[in-house]
Design a protein around this ligand. Structure first.
Ligand code: BGC
Ligand code: IFM
Length: 811
């Protein structure tokens, strides 16, 4: 069952009922100001950091769910409704919500009054524009009142939810015409404020939420809306809000457009303003001047569309498969940009107050956006590397505003360091910009500790190479990619909850997954060392990589698949000898991607075992059999009910790993089969089972052991976006950026036919046609580049050439 449809021409998903299985959201913003917006108008805004600079208030875990947002109420002769259905939940005569690239548009009608709301964040300004157009579609004159509504958050969202003894006394507002300023906390440390305004004189306002709502009321039908009369309240402490009342008369067929603006301002640091208690408003005035009229709003909207057109034109495919075209050209790349902006901080499943930017997460996200925004990818790499410790290990997370490592969570996830090599390798291949290796980057953000980025990579490599366990496999530490595989956790007393840090941490558990990473990214580091002019290091690194390759074969192979790990007692994890958790997906994908076992014939065996034991109609599960009880020696993984999350859920993130692995051994049919099972567009028809948004990936789908097999959770902020884009664009469609140039190496299903790709690569545009006359799955015999036959499959890179016309022949 579907709840809407794709509009590919407009690059939108069109939701046709507010009653979606879960809130289906979108993200507005591309630089510093961001909003989350659901298909019923819920969500919130923040500046740079969802925890530290939260502008409007949202309540996760609320009843009803998703009931705070930027709302517009209409009181039309006693009928109170919202264009997005919530929070009044008044049945609408028509409803449509279109989520597009950085904007959301609602179109609804009730009793002959139409409302169209366009919400977006302009490309270069710290504000959200809401262009609301009301139209009388009836044959009689209409007199009605419109009310806007936002509830302010007292900036630090965590503090806002906990520190009431202080917060309820600090809320302050100022009112200037139609502009309501929220200036709480601007007094001491933070010279910032936000405002909510509309481009017309108002007939009333409220700034005290509870005066607007009325005693004991929810925001479904505020008393002031019911009475058609704002209280003109001025908040002092308690709950600051911003409400505008506008009374309107529309003749039949008449339209009226209003521009609402939610803005954020910081005063210059040399602030000379000396009026205690009153804010300096020039920043707001400037923003208001820029987005005051409907024309200005529409111009800014056109610029936003242009921005996305340019961005998405960097990789486009035309093939016989509409799902691939849609996902590659629009939604997969869009989601990659959202993960660039958000990492794992703010979604409807990440509260914005917990995880900020993940070290491993952001490094992997980069694989999906480096071709779109190489300059910002460079900046991101340097930010991430600056949080690395001098011994090569890493803070697991850092805060987007401060860009400093997060002490609460600390370090100890032993896969983290190698992801930095993965990110830098992807950047170098994409851009050829080797100057990044010389960039001076501190350790743990401490001035005076700067070393070239190359040295950071060397330490990442060394950290893994120098922390090996009894089988000479890498030590896992607190966990590797699988955060919940906590093999070093002990509890002093039986029945005590597990601990993954502190004195009980054991040192010896090992990870075959990290070993696979070490081979894959160690090879990259050897190449990077050569590029950096250090041939000797390159050779040493290659030897260590070769040793690890052999170690995996000796100690990491179980007979039919790769082992997952050894626990702190050197017992096998992910082996046929285990009672539960006999086979895990991660090492099968990563070891084969690294090339381990390919020539020995083990890769094929491992992937056949994946198909036989882990596959379901909704995707490949992370492990089988699921853990039926909690095992202290395994940690959090076995704390989940069977079929959920890391305990045998379908983790969409590592499905592309096995799909890519299939392309390594040339099985395009199977690679696509795996791809299609989790591809949002391919499973749109089962939205009632899948439940999360059908235009983006979710982190997890419940596995075969779960009661709700096929149900997804944790949409949007997942490494799945980047890895499926790598899978689709590089492994399946075969356009692979490499150090020497673009390599063409598709691995497609037999029925796929010819296809074309246009791709920007290092300032040149490549028009690539791939011909597959014999319908094979893999293998390029030769290329024709601008009329010249080229043997092999790498397009020779010529520095100043701006356009390439390439035909690749499969055979
Ligand atoms: C997992 C969660 C887990 C958490 C612990 C996450 O990456 O997906 O299920 O609770 O790590 O840190
Ligand atoms: O690898 C992690 C990731 O960092 C956060 N989400 C879950 C993954 C698997 O545990």
């Amino acid at each position: 069952m579907k709840f809407g449809h794709f509009d590919d021409e407009a690059r939108e998903y069109v939701i046709t009922t507010p009653r979606t299985p879960l809130p289906w959201i979108n993200y507005l913003g591309s630089q510093d100001f961001f909003s989350l917006i659901s298909n019923t108008g819920g969500g919130y805004s923040f500046y740079k950091d969802a925890k530290l600079l939260r502008i409007t208030r949202y309540r996760y875990n609320d009843i009803p769910n998703d009931s705070n947002g930027k709302y517009y109420y209409i009181n039309d002769n006693g009928t109170i409704w919202n264009p997005g259905f919530m929070p009044s939940r008044t049945k609408l005569d028509s409803y449509e919500c279109r989520h597009g690239m950085g904007y959301t548009r609602f179109k609804s009608n009730k009793n002959g009054l139409g409302a169209e709301l366009l919400a977006f964040v302009p490309v270069d300004a710290a504000c959200e524009v809401n262009l609301l157009t009301l139209e009388n579609t009836s044959s009689e004159e209409k007199n009605f009142s419109l009310f806007s509504y936002v509830e302010f958050c007292l900036w630090n969202a965590m503090d806002d939810m906990t520190n009431f003894q202080r917060n309820l006394s600090i809320g302050e507002v100022e009112i200037e015409g139609s502009t309501i300023y929220h200036k709480t906390e601007y007094r001491e440390r933070r010279n910032h404020y936000s405002f909510f305004t509309v481009n017309t004189p108002v007939d009333g306002y409220d700034t005290s939420r509870d005066d607007f709502l009325g005693l004991g009321n929810s925001n479904a039908v505020p008393d002031a809306v019911r009475d058609c009369k704002c209280r003109n309240s001025v908040a002092s402490g308690w709950y600051p809000a911003a409400v505008h009342q506008i009374n309107l008369t529309l003749k039949p067929g008449e339209k009226k457009s209003l521009v609402f603006l939610l803005g954020y301002c910081e005063n210059p640091s040399d602030n000379k303003w000396e009026k205690p208690g009153v804010i300096r408003k020039d920043g707001a005035h400037e923003l208001i001047r820029k987005f005051h009229t409907e024309e200005q709003a529409l111009e800014a909207f056109a610029r936003l569309n242009q921005y996305w057109t340019e961005l998405l034109s960097r990789y486009t495919v035309q093939s016989s498969n509409p799902h691939i075209n849609r996902m590659a050209n629009i939604w997969n790349q869009y989601q990659c940009m959202v993960t660039f902006n958000m990492s794992r901080s703010a979604s409807y499943y990440e509260s914005g107050t917990g995880r900020g930017m993940g070290f491993r997460d952001s490094c992997q996200d980069l694989l999906g956006f480096v071709h779109l925004i190489p300059a910002r990818a460079r900046e991101r790499i340097l930010d991430i590397a600056s949080t690395q410790f001098a011994d090569g290990s890493a803070y697991h997370q850092y805060q987007p505003l401060t860009k400093k490592g997060n002490l609460d969570i600390g370090s100890g996830f032993n896969d983290d360091p190698l992801w930095l090599i993965a990110a830098v390798a992807a950047y170098l291949k994409e851009t050829g910009d080797t100057s990044i290796l010389d960039a001076q980057v501190p350790f743990d953000c401490k001035p005076g500790t700067e070393e070239p980025l190359f040295e950071h990579l060397r330490r990442s490599f060394r950290y893994t190479a120098d922390h090996l366990g009894p089988h000479r496999l890498p030590l896992i530490g607190r966990a590797d990619w699988n955060d919940c595989l906590n093999l070093n956790c002990f509890s002093s007393e039986p029945g005590e909850p597990f601990q993954t840090t502190g004195p009980s941490e054991g040192p010896v558990a090992e990870s075959v997954f990290i070993a696979g990473m070490f081979v894959k990214y160690g090879k990259e580091f050897a190449k990077i060392s050569k590029i950096y002019g250090n041939d000797q290091l390159s050779e040493t690194v290659s030897k260590e990589v070769q040793n690890m390759y052999q170690t995996i074969l000796d100690a990491g192979w179980d007979g039919e698949w790769f082992l997952r790990a050894y626990d702190a007692n050197s017992e096998k994890v992910g082996s046929s000898e285990c009672k539960e958790g006999q086979i895990f997906i991660e090492p099968q994908g990563f070891c084969v991607m690294a090339g381990v076992g390919v020539k020995e014939g083990l890769a094929k065996k491992a992937l056949d075992s994946v198909k036989e034991r882990l596959d379901t109609k909704y995707g490949v599960m992370i492990l089988q059999p699921a853990y039926s009880q909690y095992y202290l020696n395994l940690g959090e993984i076995s704390s989940y009910p069977p079929g959920y999350k890391e305990n045998a859920g379908i983790f969409c993130h590592n499905n592309p790993w096995v799909s890519i692995a299939e392309t390594v051994i040339g099985r395009g049919n199977r690679a696509y089969e795996i791809y299609s099972k989790t591809c949002p567009s391919c499973i749109e028809d089962i939205s009632e089972i899948h439940r999360t948004e059908p235009y983006v990936y979710s982190q997890m789908v419940a596995g075969a052991d779960a009661a709700r097999h096929g149900e997804a959770k944790n949409s949007w902020l997942t490494g799945t976006a980047a890895w499926t884009f790598v899978n689709l664009s590089q492994a399946i469609l075969g356009i692979c950026p490499d150090y020497e140039g673009l390599r063409i190496d598709p691995c497609v299903p037999e029925s796929f036919g010819d296809f074309t790709i246009t791709r920007t690569f290092r300032d040149a545009v490549y028009h690539i046609e791939i011909k597959n006359p014999s319908n094979i799955q893999k293998g390029v015999t030769h290329l024709n580049v601008d009329g010249t036959e080229v043997s092999g499959n790498v397009i020779p890179y010529e520095k100043d050439k701006k356009e390439y016309f390439v035909t690749a022949y499969m055979g």
